[in-house]
Design a protein around this ligand. Sequence first.
Ligand SMILES: Cc1cc2nc3c(=O)[nH]c(=O)nc-3n(C[C@H](O)[C@H](O)[C@H](O)COP(=O)(O)O)c2cc1C
Length: 340
Amino acid sequence: MKIGSHELISPVYVAPMAGVTDAPFRKIAREFGAGLACTEMISSEALVRRHRESFRLMDLDWDYRPVSVQLMGGDPGVMAEAARMAEAAGADIVDINMGCPVPKVVKTSGGSSLLRDPELAWRVSEAVVQAVSVPVTVKIRLGWDAATRNYLAMATRLEATGIQGLAVHGRTRAQRYDPSADWAAIAQVRAAVGIPVAGSGDLRTADDSIRRMRESGVAAVMLGRGILGNLWLVRQTVARLTAGEVIPDLSWMEQIALIRRHGDLVLDYYGAERGPRLLRKFIAWGLRGFRGAARLRTMVQSVASPDDVAEVLDRALAIDPGMRVSDDAFDDGPASCEAA
Ligand SMILES: Cc1cc2nc3c(=O)[nH]c(=O)nc-3n(C[C@H](O)[C@H](O)[C@H](O)COP(=O)(O)O)c2cc1C
C-alpha cells in the first residue's frame, strides 16, 4: 500500500502514542516489520514557539523511512507553520491529530475538539495540505459523543481538502478508550472515501487484525495498547497479514532479551541520567501478565541508573514465570494522550 508516493513495506502501523512512540520504540517496531510509525503528538503552538522538547519529539535521526510526524492544534496558520517545520525536520508524512480527548488539548481547540467544529477542522486540514509538499494524513475519532457521530461527513470532507490517508479510531471522544471500538463504523468510512484508511481500536492479537481487516476492508491496521510491553505483536501481525504465518509468543527469556534491547536503545538515546526513569514503565509493561513477575514490577519503580536496569533484568532471568497468561494492557494501560 501507498501513502502518496511512499510505498509501505506492510499494512501495519504503529499508533501514535504520547509518552510511548519515541525514537527507540519506533525503531524496534520498524525492525519488526511495521510499515509506518508515527511520532508522539506534538503541539503546534509549542513547536512554533521553538519549545526544545517539541523539537526533540521531532528528531527523526533513528527512523526508518517513511516516518510520520503528528501535529496537534486548532489554529490553521499555526498548524501550517508547524507543518513546514516538520517537513524541514525530515517528516515524510505530516499527520493531524483530531482525536486526542484530553481536556488540556481540547481547550486549545485541537485534538478531538475539531470534531465539534468541522468547519475549523477542514480549514486546518486545508492549511496544512497547502503548506507542505509531503503527503498529509489525518487521524479522527467517530465524533465528539454518541449524539454527534459525524465521521462520514468528516472523512469525506477531509478527503476533499487533499489529504492522502485517514486513520480512524473507532470510538467517540466521550468514550475515551472504552468500550469496544466500533469497527462497523470504520468500515463505513473505508467505503466512503478513496484514500487509504487505517483502522484503530482493540487490536490485541494478530488474529484480531486479520479479522478486522477482512471485515472492514481497511488498507491498514494501527496497533495501539496491544503493543505496550508487547512489541513482538508487530512481528506477529506483519507475518500473519503478509504471509499467513502464525508466529508464537515470546518465551520469558526472549521477552527479557527484547526488554534489554529496548533498554539499551533508551539508555543510548536519552543517556544514563534520564533513560532509566523513562524505562520504568516500558519494563513494567514488558513484565505484565507473567505470573511470578509481580515482585520484579515493584522493583522496577525505583530503577534510577543503568546498573539498576541491568540488575532487574538479571534477576528476571533467574526466575521462570512460564508463558504470559494474560495481557492486561487494556485494563490498566495508560488511557490518555498528553501533549508535550
Ligand atoms: C498512552 C496512549 C497515548 C496515545 N497518544 C496518542 C497521540 O499522541 N495521538 C493520537 O492520535 N492518538 C493517541 N492515542 C490513541 C491511539 O493512537 C489509538 O488510536 C487508541 O489507543 C486506540 O487503539 P487501541 O484500542 O488499540 O489502544 C494514544 C493512546 C494511548 C493508549
